[in-house]
Design a protein around this ligand. Structure first.
Ligand SMILES: Cc1cc2nc3c(=O)[nH]c(=O)nc-3n(C[C@H](O)[C@H](O)[C@H](O)COP(=O)(O)O)c2cc1C
Length: 181
C-alpha cells in the first residue's frame, strides 16, 4: 500500500455553502479510497489572512533565499507544496479565473529555491507531486475560457509536476438566474 500526502488548496470562499467544496469533498473521498493510507493537508484560504507580497516582503524573502534559510516560516507554504505527493486546487470560477486569495497563496508558495529554481535554460521544477488536480464550478458556461485552470497548468509545469487534470461543473446559476428575471 502506498503512503501518500495530498495537499488540498481550498479556495472556496463561501465555505460550507460552496458547490466547489462539495466537489472537492467527493474528490477527497475517492482519493482516500484509492490510497487508504494517505493523509490530507488542507490550506483553507477563506480563513487565512495572507498578505499580498510588497517591496518589503520581497526584500526579506530575497535576503532569506540568499542565506538559504529554508526553515524560515516565510517558506512554510512553499515547502508544504513542494513536499506533497499530489495537489488538488479547489476554486470557484470568479471573473474568468478564481478568487484573488488564491493568487496571493501562489505568491507565497512560488519561492525560488523550493518550488522551482532558475537555470540558464529557464525555470526547473522542484515539486515532488506527480499530479495536480484543478476543480472548479461556474455560474455560466466556462467553455474555452477556463483561465484559472490554464494558469495552474502553467504553475504545475513550472514546478515540475508532470500531470495536470481539471474537472468542472458549469452552468450552475442559470436556473436561479432565469427564475429571478
Ligand atoms: C465574485 C464572483 C465572480 C463570478 N464570476 C463568474 C464568471 O466570470 N463567470 C461565471 O460563469 N460565473 C461567475 N460567478 C458565478 C460562480 O462561478 C458560481 O456561482 C460558482 O458555482 C460559485 O462556486 P461556489 O458555490 O463554490 O462558491 C461568479 C461568482 C462570484 C461570487
Amino acid at each position: 500500500m502506498t503512503m501518500r500526502k495530498l495537499l488540498f488548496v481550498n479556495a472556496c470562499m463561501r465555505g460550507e455553502e460552496s458547490r466547489t467544496l462539495k466537489i472537492c469533498k467527493t474528490f477527497l473521498e475517492a482519493y482516500r479510497r484509492k490510497y487508504p493510507d494517505s493523509t490530507v493537508e488542507e490550506v483553507n484560504l477563506s480563513t487565512m489572512e495572507l498578505k499580498p507580497y510588497d517591496a518589503q516582503m520581497l526584500a526579506e524573502r530575497e535576503r532569506l533565499t540568499r542565506e538559504e534559510a529554508w526553515d524560515n516560516e516565510i517558506f512554510a507554504l512553499a515547502r508544504q507544496f513542494a513536499e506533497a505527493d499530489d495537489i488538488v486546487v479547489g476554486a470557484p470560477y470568479w471573473d474568468l479565473s478564481f478568487p484573488s486569495k488564491l493568487k496571493i497563496y501562489v505568491e507565497h508558495m512560488m519561492a525560488g529555491g523550493i518550488a522551482f529554481y532558475y537555470t540558464e535554460e529557464g525555470p526547473k521544477g522542484l515539486a515532488k507531486a506527480q499530479t495536480m488536480y484543478y476543480l472548479t464550478t461556474g455560474g455560466g458556461f466556462i467553455e474555452g475560457q477556463n483561465f484559472g485552470a490554464e494558469y495552474f497548468r502553467g504553475i504545475a509545469k513550472m514546478c515540475g509536476i508532470a500531470q495536470f487534470k481539471e474537472a468542472r461543473a458549469e452552468g450552475l446559476d442559470i436556473i436561479a438566474w432565469m427564475w429571478t428575471h
